[in-house]
Design a protein around this ligand. Structure first.
Ligand code: BGC
Length: 765
């Protein structure tokens, strides 16, 4: 016993010493960095300091032209701090050379890019990735993205996007992790770890930029860039946690959002940037605006460029993306006494610190090794990982009579506007992808069946009927392949293919650019003409499997009622087609779970699982009760709840057990449940734990996710899954915005989705 105690003491002392020496090391490094930056800033003119705050877009620089471009001139003059969306190590090397060899102080540039869900190897869109509920895989996807991007010259990514979104009309819901703050926070941390690794100075890690700070996902009416307005208590409990989680995980930079909050655009919102982010959360990195964020404050109605630039700097914004407001107006504002030199110095220092932390002062070309660019990008290993991760993101929404998995035999009719479209597979924000190399569903099916089955292809429908709308959703080189034939001719061709087949795969949904930035929709049904195609296919009596491509939850009530099998595949990335085939043919058993609620119709929006109860809740199982909170024309229930997703096998939950009916402030509660694989396939299941705080000083949600575990069970296998709850898990922000727990009764729920749960109770003392 004594020896054991001695051992523990020795072990703890070693840990303590290690942490002290780590702290010491950090302090020494910080001292060195500060001395270096003091010295450098001592030599800088005001213009050069303002130059560091300037982040233009690369425009159309191509290799060779870099030296003569407009931007090159500015770089020589020390008027540029960084560039973004310039692609290739060779071009970046060229441009870096100008900064390092031809500008007066030789300060290297920082190179950013929207590496959002992969670089050239593209992973599923973030909304899809989040449906994997697999933190290791999500981290791995970010790690691979960082490796590839850094091999091509990039050292800074504008990711993760952690905006909570509860309104699927908003197209940018595709870029985030859905509606839940807890799941969103876990993913935010995993992404930052993946990008930044354990050492930002390595040449294969890149700096993360958490965006869009803040509340961008709560745009009124789901219309992009629109106003947001919400109470502090909602913001702290339901919207801010993922940003904070990313900051706590060490993200090196933060991007402020376009929207206004409390009447002040985020770009100039001192409360958000300085009081909350810097003072409360202790964020020590730098803050960059979104694209023309400063300039846009003129239209917001806050004044001319000079006025809004000064406002942004004073609020705590450090770097100006594209507006050139800092570069062109701050010296005048300084002369007029509207801003201080200290404020400029503060911003300049933060940008220089980021460059120092990345190791750019030691070696400005550390990301420009052309050999790495040739050998480390779009490798077969990375593509294999993307294929595996994509398959984990798909959500099986319906599978009547076990139509799926399919057998690779007989004749398969492949129909639909997204069946043979490589360009649309990577989804929104895949700026570094080579679309021609993406695997379409048609490619994937052919690869999977070889000559074991015959595939007949027919397009069947355009993505939409209206050519003007079609043009609006193919702006960025992801063509929808508009077909001029009349609708009925295309449908007839598809029906003829279906008649000859044993099974029909209908690849329908949204094209990639129907979600993402500036892609809001007021109607989130499947486009009418695609519905008509489905109707015609179903009328043949052949089994129809709907493979749904989408960047948002859709109101597919009709499809749920009529189509026997629905697999939601989002936009699966460069390997989408192979990954979909893996799941369709059962090589991979689907296990994705929704991270955002599917509404029955758009009128239910915003609809999310962790809502409040109201004083007039509807009785369970009822559609309508007079003077209760409900709709006349649609039930309150969602079409598919948060956390929902089927498998080819079935899982049974039983024996929910709590280690104790009481949880004390310093104690632990073990929640256990038995999960059995009762079907015919091996498979993975995401076991979800929710709690409800029954009585509080403020009203609490009807359910809140507090834990999840993704487990794998062989057919016939069962396992006891355990979660540990402590008082900390039950904390929330109260009316004073203190993060507290309150003693009293709680319910705990464990199950396969947010609706289908076992239930128990405990008391917090
Ligand atoms: C988007 C950001 C993006 C930036 C740079 C903006 O339009 O809102 O998410 O990082 O452009 O490309």
């Amino acid at each position: 016993m004594k020896i054991f105690r001695l051992f523990i003491v020795a072990f703890l002392s070693a840990l303590f010493l290690m942490s002290c020496s780590k702290d010491k090391l950090q302090q020494t490094e910080d001292r060195q960095m500060n001395a270096f930056i003091d010295d450098l800033m001592g030599k800088m003119t005001l213009e050069e300091k303002l130059g560091q705050l300037n982040l233009p877009s690369s425009g159309d620089i191509t290799t060779g032209e870099a030296r003569s471009s407009d931007i090159a001139e500015k770089i020589r003059d020390g008027k540029v701090g960084g560039l973004f969306n310039i692609k290739s190590a060779a071009k970046i090397r060229d441009v870096q050379k100008i900064a390092v060899e031809e500008s007066r102080l030789h300060i290297p540039l920082i190179f950013g890019m929207d590496v959002i869900h992969g670089y050239q190897t593209v992973f599923p869109i973030p909304l899809g990735l989040s449906c994997s509920w697999d933190m290791e895989l999500i981290e791995k996807s970010a790690r691979i993205a960082a490796q590839e991007a850094s091999a091509d010259g990039i050292c800074w990514t504008f990711s993760p996007m952690v905006d909570i979104a509860r309104d699927p009309r908003w197209g940018r819901i595709a870029e985030g992790s859905g509606e839940d703050a807890y799941l969103g926070s876990q993913i935010a941390k995993a992404m930052v770890r993946g990008y930044q690794g354990d050492d930002l100075r390595k040449n294969n890690t890149i700096m993360a930029c958490v965006k869009h700070f803040a509340l961008y996902g709560a745009a009124e009416a789901g219309r992009d860039y629109n106003t947001t307005d919400m109470s502090r208590i909602r913001m702290y409990n339901e919207y801010l946690p993922p940003y904070k989680a990313a900051v706590d995980a060490g993200a090196g930079s933060v991007m402020v959002s376009f929207n206004e909050i409390d009447g002040i655009p985020a770009t100039a919102n001192k409360w958000f940037i300085t009081d909350l982010l810097r003072n409360q959360w202790k964020f020590s990195g730098f803050v960059v605006t979104d694209y023309t964020g400063i300039f846009e404050m003129i239209d917001h109605g806050l004044g001319d460029l000079k006025t809004v630039s000064a406002l942004a700097l004073k609020a705590g914004t450090d770097m100006d993306m594209v507006s050139e407001g800092f570069l062109t107006t701050l010296s005048e504002s300084l002369k007029e006494g509207k801003i201080s030199e200290k404020e400029i110095d503060r911003a300049c220092r933060r940008v220089l610190e980021a460059k120092y932390r990345l190791g750019l002062f030691d070696d400005p070309y550390k990301y420009c090794d052309l050999k790495r660019a040739e050998t480390e990008i779009f490798t077969s290993e990375n593509r294999q990982a993307a294929r595996e991760i994509a398959a984990q993101s798909f959500v099986l929404l319906k599978n009547d009579k076990q139509i799926l998995p399919l057998q690779a035999k007989g004749t398969i009719a492949l129909v639909g506007p997204l069946a043979d479209n490589r360009e649309n597979m990577p989804g929104t924000w895949s700026v570094a992808a080579d679309f021609s190399k993406a695997v379409s569903l048609f490619d994937g099916l052919k690869n999977a069946v070889g000559n074991q089955a015959k595939i007949i292809y027919a397009k069947g429908a355009n993505v939409v009927d209206d050519p003007e709308l079609d043009a609006r959703v193919s702006v960025f080189g992801k063509p929808t392949q508009w077909d001029n034939r009349p609708k009925n001719v295309m449908i007839a061709e598809a029906v003829a293919a279906a008649r000859k087949a044993d099974v029909v795969i209908a690849a329908v949904g949204e094209p990639a650019e129907m979600s993402g930035e500036c892609s809001s929709r007021s109607n989130i049904d499947l486009p009418e003409n695609q519905r008509e195609l489905l109707e015609a296919l179903l009328a043949t009596g052949k089994p129809v499997v709907m493979v749904l491509f989408n960047g948002r939850p859709l109101s597919i009530s009709w499809e749920k009622a009529h189509v026997p099998a629905i697999l939601d595949v989002w936009f699966g990335g460069s390997e989408a087609g192979d990954a979909i085939a893996d799941v369709l043919f059962g090589n991979v058993n689907p296990s994705g779970k929704l991270s955002a609620t599917f509404p029955q119709n758009v009128g239910q929006v915003p609809i999310f699982y962790n809502h409040k109860n109201t004083g007039r809740p509807l009785a369970e199982g009822k559609w309508f009760q007079k003077f209760r909170s409900n709709y006349l024309d649609v039930p309150n229930d969602p079409l598919y709840p948060f956390g929902y997703g089927l498998s080819y096998t079935t899982f049974e939950y039983k024996n929910l057990n709590l280690s104790n009916p009481v949880l004390t402030k310093s104690g632990k509660l073990t929640v256990s449940v038995e999960v059995a694989n009762t079907g015919n396939y091996d498979g993975a299941e995401v076991v979800q734990l929710y709690v409800r705080d029954l009585v509080g000083s403020v009203t609490r949600p009807v359910k809140e996710l507090k834990g999840f575990q993704k487990i794998f069970l062989k057919k016939g296998e069962s396992r006891t899954v355990e979660f540990t709850l402590t008082e900390e898990d039950l904390r929330f922000y109260n009316s004073n915005l203190d993060f507290v727990s309150e003693p009293g009764e709680f319910k705990v729920f464990v199950g396969t989705n947010s609706d289908d749960v076992l239930e128990a109770g405990f008391v917090l003392k």
